[in-house]
Design a binder for this molecule. Structure first.
Ligand code: R7I
Ligand code: MG
Ligand code: MG
Length: 311
């Protein structure tokens, strides 16, 4: 059978819808224990949740700001995030971002507010990474431009090097997968490219572990080796592993991501963005893409981001 390449617009829609679907389906599992994929699949069948949380809420805000300004404008993005938080503060935001939004709204410059958090170290939470995938559509996939833009968008709330690096690695992975064919995908090449963006030993070791785990016959050790926590250096490698472990099935990638437990909505959001970028919208189960909150807006953002002259 002839294998038709997945067209770019479908991949962009897959990325945006995939992130929101992973977040929404994973939300009821956030903070819970790891579980078998069979258990998660049965739960998703029985009572799927289609309302997304802060992850996709911020991803939409990021995309809207890039489109409104034709690229990155830190002041605009910070205030846009803050306005959206004020409108829907119940989405399950982390503790740091709302504090930053207050500071920015009181006149602190956007590039000074976040560094004061967590005793002055800035946040290493996954908030910069969970929302970053649209950057890969806007840049047209160039890795250096993607890494640079991803870092700027992360720094609005996350200035700890690991928080920024998590966003860079997630965005560069998305940019790579937007242009790969699932049948010929070479995970080792992607992981080598990502190593080139990992300046901290923590991330280097985690990416090396992803490569080793992919060579094992079973998934069993992944959660213990990579972690499933809210820290960028746990959840970003876990999401990349989920997407690469199940390169032919969006459903399997997201189900596996959720089965890791812990920060399940965020791991599944990032895995969903990566898997959707690789496989395109049509590979997402119709019930999921028809029912996820704000599906039409997500599709429209995907289309317009794809038309931005490399941000
Ligand atoms: O990163 P962030 O936006 O949170 C995203 C998470 C996702 O799971 C969402 O689904 C939502 O549930 O929240 O928010 P931050 O407050 O910046 O970081 C998240 C958490 O990471 C913080 O509340 C801290 O518990 C922890 N954390 C740190 N702890 C100690 N030292 C982040 N940075 C540090 C640190 O430097
Ligand atoms: Mg969330
Ligand atoms: Mg989460």
């Amino acid at each position: 059978m002839q294998h038709a390449p997945v067209p770019a617009p479908s991949r962009a829609r897959g990325l945006m819808l995939g992130a929101a679907i992973g977040d929404a389906l994973g939300a009821p599992f956030e903070g819970g224990p790891s579980a078998s994929t069979g258990h998660v699949a049965a739960e998703l069948d029985r009572r799927p949740n289609y309302r997304f949380t802060d992850d996709a809420h911020m991803l939409i805000g990021l995309a809207e700001s890039l489109l409104a300004r034709g690229g990155f404008d830190g002041d605009h993005m910070a205030h846009h995030f803050a306005r959206r938080y004020d409108a829907e503060p119940w989405r399950g935001y982390g503790s740091g971002p709302p504090q930053i939004f207050r500071m920015v709204q009181s006149g602190t410059p956007w590039d000074q507010a976040p560094a004061s958090l967590f005793g002055g170290s800035g946040s290493f939470g996954n908030g910069g990474a969970m929302r970053v995938a649209p950057v890969a559509i806007a840049t047209g996939g160039d890795p250096a431009t993607t890494a640079d833009l991803a870092a700027w968008t992360a720094r609005i709330t996350h200035t700890h090097p690991l928080g920024v690096e998590g966003a860079v690695i997630q965005a560069v992975a998305a940019a790579f997968l937007l242009h790969e064919d699932s049948a010929t995908l070479d995970p080792a090449r992607l992981l080598r490219d990502l190593q080139g963006h990992a300046y901290d030993e923590t991330f280097r070791a985690k990416l090396a572990a992803v490569e080793e785990l992919l060579q094992e016959a079973a998934d069993a050790r992944a959660g213990a080796v990579l972690g499933n926590g809210i820290a960028a250096h746990e959840s970003v490698p876990a999401a990349i592993y989920a997407a690469l472990r199940h390169p032919g099935s969006f459903q399997d990638a997201v189900t596996f991501a959720i089965s890791l437990g812990g920060d399940a909505d965020t791991i599944a959001c990032m895995a969903g963005a990566l898997s959707g970028a690789l496989l395109g919208e049509d590979a997402i189960p119709p019930a999921w893409r028809d029912n996820v909150e704000d599906a039409e807006h997500l599709r429209s953002l995907a289309e317009r981001l794809g038309q931005l002259p490399a941000a």
